[in-house]
Design a protein around this ligand. Structure first.
Ligand SMILES: [Zn+2]
Length: 276
């Protein structure tokens, strides 16, 4: 749909959506004139979408649809989600601190933490190397603790380090982040069903925040041999040295500790995973 669009019914629906979302006060007359074009451009600007010379592209209509469902999207939603993501990261940090204290005092650490380190990082307390698992070192623990500590700082700065926008990898990508950020959350990162895909539940959104956060701090996190989804069979046999750079390992370890079990299916965006 663009200026001088002949389908007056479609234009009137677009105008109704622009009025009902509070984005513009325009007449619903079915005529796609300058005011309607300006209102569409306002949507594109507000959500950092590609400026489309005021033509109501699919992404604009999709965003209006989310807003009409009282849904949230992008940075607004992600910033609210730092509460749950931060709680999971804190749970991971507390568990790792307790684990280290037990180890140093010669006690047997908590079974949950031992299991989660083995499942998500292939690190064990046992013998040096068996297949892909290996014995956990102080350096490994320091690496994991440092990464989670960085995530706490990132979430605290989400007002400036998160943004809404059109992901480079496409409008259907929920979120993405280059090294040093910012983290871009697209309209597909939403809590309602939309033209960009199904809704994403709070636990899966928290997993996405943790995952993208690791990309901000670890230059090796996007490599094809490290970046293996928690939904892939290859995840469970990824060698420890690579898992320490895998964003999905950090998201799933924190969820495992916080849920006191490895959730089935895991949180994030995989087959059947909604993360409610
Ligand atoms: Zn990733």
């Amino acid at each position: 749909m663009r200026k001088f669009e002949p389908d007056k019914v479609a234009v009137a629906l677009l105008q109704t959506a622009l009025v009902n979302t509070g984005i513009a006060t325009i007449n619903v007359d079915g005529i796609y004139g300058d005011k309607t074009a300006k209102a569409v451009r306002a949507v594109e600007t507000r959500f950092n979408m590609d400026l489309d010379e005021g033509s109501a592209a699919r992404q604009t209509l999709g965003i209006l649809d989310i807003l009409l469902q009282n849904g949230q999207l992008g940075q607004t939603l992600a910033q609210a989600d730092t509460a749950l993501a931060g709680k999971k990261v804190q749970a991971a940090l507390s568990a790792l601190a307790a684990f280290q204290t037990s180890r140093l005092s010669g006690k047997v650490p908590d079974t949950l933490t031992i299991d989660a380190l083995s499942v998500h990082f292939r690190l064990t307390l046992g013998s040096p190397t068996i297949g892909i698992t290996r014995q956990l070192t102080n350096a490994d623990l320091a690496t994991i603790i440092e990464r989670y500590t960085q995530l706490i700082g990132l979430f605290a700065a989400s007002a400036t380090r998160f943004r809404t926008g059109a992901p480079v990898n496409g409008i259907f990508t929920a979120a993405e982040a280059p090294i040093n950020g910012p983290v871009t959350f697209g309209p597909a990162f939403t809590n309602v069903n939309s033209n960009f895909g199904g809704f994403i539940g709070p636990n899966s959104r928290a997993a996405i925040l943790i995952h993208e956060g690791v990309h901000v701090f670890d230059r090796d996190s996007g490599r094809s041999d490290t970046h293996i989804s928690e939904f892939e069979p290859a995840y469970s046999i990824q060698p420890a040295d690579l898992s320490l750079h895998n964003p999905s390992s950090y998201a799933s370890f924190a969820a495992h500790i916080d849920s006191k079990r490895d959730p089935v299916p895991r949180f994030g965006l995989g087959p059947g995973a909604r993360g409610l």
